[in-house]
Unconditional design. Structure first.
Length: 572
């Protein structure tokens, strides 16, 4: 039994240790006892004088929606239970200069959109692609999160993996690419990581047991709803169509202002019928693809992308049909018309190379506090464009715009951890022309319903005041009730010279800078190019002029706002 004096010394020694450190010490001491070692020497048999070394790894995550962070945190906890010291770090804050000092470096990273890295991890991603490093002593592995419904599945993880190999680092566990249901693959990958770390470090601990089961993260939960309202917000005479769509569900929807929802649209029935006619295939013939099974008509209507095919798909089509087709993108119906298949049997093979319909994301324009937990709203602009000299419309925007009240619809919530309201007493500046109004309608409804006392300033722009002022009545009510402290409007076609939101910012530059210098958060929503870029240039000029700063200092000021989470964008 340990004496009182030694027990007192132990209490004094461990005072101030964190929970994680105590867990590690517990494993370390257990290892000493299991192997009969004290102070790094052998038991009384005197046969082993091997020194003890510890297991240390860095687990870095790159995330946009929060999945990678959540998963990495769970893995770190599992590692610590097995005596591994885990340094958990966000790639947005990781010092790349520390890479050569690392021994074990494991990355959990997601892929966004068209194979892009998460915005917070972009600086790290760009650095390792723009610089040549020498990392011969680094041992690494990558856990890549993605969605197989997108063509660039796990591309960011693959890119990171390739760059580390190019730097001479040793891949100790092969890259693990995970789909949306990633829990089992992630656990299996981390089990291998733990085993490698155990085998490659001289550790005097008990044999590592299989890794504790990682708590199963919730994947994409799909909600089944009904269209409650579907109205065109643009008045008669407008060249645009913007739909306000309300969806009701039987169960509460777990979402917050700033989130988006994902919807997989159906293809147009008349287009599918035309494809069936061009190919001569039987509509009720059952085909099995990599992701789904059903009749040809069902697959073409509900599962497979037939609009604006990827160049990679068209190349596969060219090989399959043995035709010379230039690098291009076009709809399947045009491809079949210009470069027809030989027969129905050949089209069966074409069906199998088609990609799944990718979900479209729409910013939420409602608030649970204001509109209830069983209802969610979106704001959808009908996207019009010319293709093959014909007027075409965006698949999902046309699909949603045509849905009558009472129609069933399935969707999932896409969480955004960054585009979120600040504390209730903080000021907010919102810049959202066109459908960029959507998340700010959500923000304002939330702040109104919760009694937030921070000031709100909204910049909105469209073509014409009389036909295109989206949510005009609501915004006027917010001004009248004091929810909106300021509203600045820019209707570009109502005068000879075009006026945009950045012009309104310039007009209010002094007050604008007072707000942000006093702690206000700035949010931009809407089109990425050119709107968001033009607005950012204006912000930099305002900071430079009214903050009395050089161009470089203005950029540093804006970067600081980003680091503080006070400058966020939701652009597309």
């Amino acid at each position: 039994m340990i004496g009182d004096l030694r027990l007192k010394k132990l209490h004094e020694f461990f005072e101030g240790y964190s929970k994680e450190e105590l867990i590690w010490v517990n494993g370390y001491l257990s290892g000493l006892v299991s192997n009969g070692k004290v102070n790094g020497n052998a038991d009384t048999n005197g046969q082993d004088h091997k020194a003890v070394s510890t297991k240390k790894i860095t687990l870095a995550f790159g995330t946009e929606t929060g999945n990678s962070k959540k998963l990495a945190t769970q893995l770190a906890a599992a590692g610590k239970k097995h005596g591994v010291i885990v340094k958990l770090t966000d790639l947005s804050q990781y010092r790349v200069a520390d890479l050569p000092k690392e021994e074990f470096f494991f990355v959990v990273i997601s892929t966004q959109g068209e194979g892009e890295p998460p915005i917070p991890a972009k600086k790290f991603y760009d650095y390792i692609h723009e610089n040549e490093l020498s990392l011969p002593n680094l041992k690494f592995s990558v856990l890549a999160l993605g969605d197989t419904s997108y063509p660039m599945f796990c591309k960011t993880g693959e890119d990171v993996d390739a760059r580390f190999k190019a730097f001479g680092a040793k891949e100790v566990v092969p890259i693990q690419k995970c789909d949306v249901d990633y829990e089992e693959d992630a656990q299996a990958w981390f089990n291998k990581v733990l085993q490698v770390v155990e085998n490659q470090t001289a550790v005097a601990t008990a044999v590592v047991e299989p890794a504790a089961a990682v708590k199963k993260p919730t994947g994409k939960k799909h909600y089944h709803g009904t269209i409650l309202t579907n109205i065109n917000l643009n008045d008669r005479g407008s060249r645009k169509a913007t739909y306000h769509i309300e969806i009701g569900t039987d169960e509460p929807i777990a979402y917050e202002p700033g989130d988006t929802i994902g919807i997989v649209p159906n293809n147009r029935a008349d287009v599918v019928d035309r494809i069936l006619s061009l190919t001569g295939i039987a509509a009720d013939k059952v085909i099995v693809t990599a992701k789904s099974e059903g009749t040809v008509k069902e697959l073409l209507l509900h599962n497979l992308n037939i609009c604006y095919l990827l160049t990679s798909t068209i190349k596969k089509y060219a090989t399959l049909t043995q035709q010379e087709i230039p690098d291009t993108r076009m709809d399947l119906v045009d491809l079949l018309r210009i470069y027809p298949v030989k027969d129905a049997a050949q089209f069966e093979d074409v069906v199998k190379i088609l990609m799944p319909i990718a979900p479209r994301l729409y910013s939420v324009s409602s608030s649970p506090a204001a509109h209830g937990e069983n209802e969610i709203h979106i704001t959808v602009a009908k996207n019009a464009f010319l293709s093959q000299d014909e007027q075409r419309w965006g698949l999902c925007s046309e699909f949603l715009g045509d849905l009558p009240v009472g129609s069933p619809i399935t969707f999932y919530v896409h969480k955004d951890k960054n585009f979120k309201l600040p504390a209730a007493d903080k000021d907010v500046i919102m810049i959202g022309p066109g459908t960029g109004v959507a998340p700010f309608r959500s923000f304002l409804a939330e702040r109104d319903a919760t009694g937030a006392n921070g000031r709100n300033w909204f910049f909105f722009g469209e073509q014409h005041f009389t036909t295109d002022f989206l949510y005009q009545t609501e915004m006027q009510n917010y001004v009248e009730t004091g929810v909106l402290t300021n509203i600045s409007l820019a209707f570009s076609r109502d005068q000879q010279e075009k006026v945009y939101v950045q012009h309104r910012i310039k007009e209010k530059a002094a007050e604008f800078f007072q707000w942000i210098d006093g702690g206000a958060s700035v949010y931009i929503s809407g089109t990425k190019d050119p709107m968001s870029k033009d607005v950012e240039k204006t912000l930099l000029q305002v900071i430079q002029d009214h903050g009395k700063k050089t161009s470089e200092e203005a950029h540093q000021y804006l970067e600081q706002l980003k680091k503080e989470g006070r400058y966020e964008k939701d652009v597309y």
